[in-house]
Design a protein around this ligand. Structure first.
Ligand code: 13P
Length: 279
């Protein structure tokens, strides 16, 4: 199976109305776990890393690993940069061969800067045949390098329409009540808002904060137009449980069992998203 782009995968998902999982990785255990899950489920999948994860594994190591694993996979796999905050990191991801990148301009001082930089990057990405994901509103829960946590701000449908028109972004991450990380209270998703955003823009919509949501949340948001769902925390928690269970277990054995647990956690999501069987 060849390496695919996120655009190709999301086009099919858009036509057939299902969701595709995106999973962040920062080591080869995670890369293997996600691809093994996708192969077991015969499902397309998107893997990637994020600017905040580069301290655990730099582009030089994780990018060749992801790209080669994707080329060798028996199912379609796309490689993506998640949450690029700086121009430099987005440029580096393009150079490493990502088929799509996310520029997250929600931490810019004002909205006009998010629009201006997103539009600049869309031009560069499109010249290179790469798809650009942007975010409008803000999905809270992530912390910046000073430790300050992003606050949630819901996406306004009319702003979303204007943002896509002004920037030319290919995919839009929306804020409708999800959060990154472990939920402190049960998430309540604003499906009416999602319906309005879906009616206002025709690019594939992305849901961040895919861990800790219910099966119904996935069913409802995919029915409401979400095409890409980002998951990280649930996969990490599955590995952590194994690693902390037995302090005497050999490192290599613990790693293998953690990889199996991450594979299972990934496969559960792929089945829920409706991409299983479409590889
Ligand atoms: P979770 O860690 O909540 O699954 O969110 C993942 C995410 O949205 C990465 O961009």
């Amino acid at each position: 199976m060849a390496l695919y782009t996120m655009k190709e995968l999301l086009q099919d998902a858009q036509q057939k109305k299902y969701g595709i999982g995106f999973f962040d990785t920062f080591n080869t255990d995670m890369v293997q776990a996600v691809i093994r899950a996708a192969e077991d489920c015969n499902s397309p999948v998107i893997i990637g890393t994020a600017e905040a994860l580069l301290k655990y594994c730099p582009f030089e190591v994780i990018m060749p690993a992801m790209l080669e694993a994707a080329r060798q996979a028996k199912v379609p796999v796309a490689v993506h940069l998640d949450h690029g905050y700086s121009y430099d990191v987005v440029m580096q991801a393009l150079r490493w061969g990502c088929g799509s990148v996310m520029y997250d301009g929600t931490r810019e001082k004002d909205h006009a800067d998010n629009v201006r930089i997103s539009a600049q990057l869309a031009r560069i990405c499109h010249a290179m045949g790469v798809g650009l994901e942007c975010e409008l509103g803000s999905v809270g829960g992530l912390s910046d390098e000073t430790g300050k946590e992003d606050q949630t701000a819901y996406t306004d449908p009319e702003d979303a329409r204007r943002f896509i028109e002004q920037t030319g972004a290919d995919f839009l991450a929306v804020s409708i009540g999800t959060q990154h990380g472990v939920y402190k209270a049960e998430p309540k998703l604003d499906l009416n808002r999602l319906a309005e955003i879906h009616a206002a823009v025709d690019v594939p919509l992305v849901l961040h904060g895919g861990s800790g949501l219910s099966d119904d949340d996935f069913r409802n948001t995919i029915a409401g137009g979400i095409r890409k769902i980002n998951v990280f925390t649930d996969v990490i928690l599955a590995a952590k449980e194994i690693i902390h269970a037995d302090a005497n277990e050999a490192y290599a054995d613990a790693m293998l069992r953690a990889q199996d647990a991450m594979k299972e956690a990934t496969a559960v999501k792929l089945r829920l998203f409706g991409s299983a069987g479409r590889g």
